[in-house]
Design a protein around this ligand. Structure first.
Ligand code: BG6
Length: 480
């Protein structure tokens, strides 16, 4: 038979991520006709709730968090696809009930596909997956079964290995989809296009023409209600190990043979294996840790906490293309604005003397809140005297496309439903990034307290940040 149906099983159905991201993303996929035929979702939570009540909650989440205009009719058809199911993550017999629930939905002559989505606290990841096996759900005859797993994937290399051992005793690597939502952001996906479909960039994307790369992911918000998770984590683990290193790999990788999943992932892995080892010498020239004032008073945060809410670090890639080019990574919470961008600073070109040195060309890849690309050029200021001036050529994507770019989760859910894991993190990528971040943490942990620099909420971070960039004409371009 060719008939099939797809069931998404969401663990953590009453959680924040489900309401803010997953449900609005599914709703938008539904409106645009991207959901597979005969799609349903079972949203699992620990609370007692009827499906009716749950659908009420969905209504308000969609109204609040979906970027599309609300449509009564499409909500009706959408909400009918979703049912609420109560299950205690720690209770084995509950999983057997879930298996019976799934069996009761079997249809004669229709093949099933299952997407299990773990939107729960990481402490349950392993337990849920093992129970999918123990209850017999995993053995159910199906076209495919995939596991989508949120971050954080472990707290260090060791715990990541433990978690991976346990989930890969149940799912094959090819069926494990580890989320990094930054990779799915519209402008990040644009980088391949920009680099490889434009001769002017492809040919100069190397150490001969680029002096440094700055990857900045800044947030205005503090930790909010997430202190319990964040205080044991910090910015290195929460942002650098995954999002920032992924952005670095996508910016720096060699052109993959094709854009097929493994070709792309193999190139990223090569970048991660070429990272110059992080040693403890001259620590302050390679790493700044900051903590915003007032962090220690946040809910569920240790009043004497040494956790970093900001990191600036300098990374080198030891290969032919990038030898000697610093990649500056900066991320932090409680800053002036929420912005993310990748800034490529080219080498200066000063053939003639116009009384003032020219500025380096700068390529800004703007990720959020605005999406776009800006190129800084030196030109002659109009007038009878030759004077050099800097102009910006601007492609504002968010101005041009009046609808919102698809949210990362829309893209990720669709890819996972279609079996495309290119944007998800393969196990070897994860191992290498953890290994790198572990080596930083190891150096930091002895002197963390003395290293930590305080900064004001709403500022541009600690004072010393500006001197962190190597001398010369270079500076943090995000400060412009
Ligand atoms: C998450 C981090 O992965 O990314 C959060 O755990 C952070 O601490 C968030 O706030 C930022 O994502 P975005 O898409 O809002 O920039």
């Amino acid at each position: 038979t060719n008939k099939s149906k797809t069931t998404m099983v969401i663990f953590g159905g009453t959680g924040d991520l489900t309401h803010r991201k997953l449900i609005p993303a599914l709703y938008q996929l539904h409106i645009n006709g991207f959901l597979p035929e005969d799609f349903t979702a079972i949203s699992i939570g620990r609370r007692d709730k009827t499906t009716e009540e749950y659908r009420e909650d969905l209504l308000s989440s969609i109204k609040r968090f979906s970027s599309r205009n609300f449509e009564e009719e499409s909500f009706e058809s959408f909400s009918k696809m979703i049912t609420y199911y109560r299950l205690n993550f720690e209770d084995q017999s509950d999983y057997e009930d879930l298996r019976r629930e799934l069996e009761s939905r079997d249809k004669e002559g229709v093949r099933d596909s299952y997407m299990f989505y773990l939107a729960v606290s990481p402490s349950y990841f392993s337990e849920i997956v093992l129970n999918l096996k123990a209850s017999g759900i995993r053995e159910k005859d199906s076209l495919w079964q995939r596991l989508v797993i949120e971050k954080p994937f472990g707290q260090d290399l060791e715990s990541a290995i433990r978690l991976n051992d346990s989930i890969s005793s149940v799912f094959d690597e090819k069926d494990i989809y580890r989320i990094d939502h930054y990779v799915a952001k519209e402008m990040i996906q644009n980088i391949n296009m920009l680099r490889f479909q434009n001769a002017i960039f492809g040919s100069i994307w190397n150490k001969d023409h680029i002096s440094n790369v700055q990857i900045t992911v800044l947030e205005k918000e503090g930790v909010g209600t997430r202190g319990g998770y964040y205080d044991g984590t910090g910015a290195l683990r929460d942002m650098v190990q995954n999002h920032l290193l992924q952005l670095l790999a996508i910016t720096a990788m060699e052109p993959p043979v094709s854009l097929d999943t493994d070709d792309v992932r193999n190139e990223k892995v090569k970048v991660f294996s070429s990272l110059k080892p992080f040693t403890g010498e001259h620590l302050d020239e390679k790493l700044i840790l900051g903590q915003y004032r007032g962090y220690q008073d946040e809910e569920k945060v240790d009043p004497d906490s040494g956790t970093e809410t900001l990191v600036a670090t300098k990374v080198y890639i030891e290969n032919e293309r990038w030898e000697g080019v610093p990649f500056y990574l900066l991320t932090g919470k409680g800053l002036k604005n929420k912005t993310a961008q990748i800034t490529i600073e080219f080498k200066q070109s000063n053939r003639y003397n116009y009384g003032k040195v020219s500025e380096p060309n700068i390529l800004e890849i703007k990720i959020q809140p605005d999406e776009g690309i800006t190129l800084h050029l030196n030109i002659k200021e109009p007038g009878v005297v030759d004077k050099i001036a800097m102009v910006e050529m601007d492609y504002c994507q968010s101005c041009l496309y009046l609808f919102n770019s698809p949210d990362s989760y829309e893209k990720l859910l669709l890819d996972a439903l279609n079996g495309d894991s290119t944007l998800f993190t393969r196990w070897d990528e994860l191992q290498l990034t953890w290994k790198y971040v572990d080596s930083i943490l190891e150096k930091v942990n002895e002197s963390r307290k003395s290293m930590l620099k305080a900064y004001e909420v709403g500022s541009n971070g600690p004072e010393d940040l500006s001197s962190f960039i190597d001398s010369g004409a270079n500076h943090w371009w995000y400060l412009n």
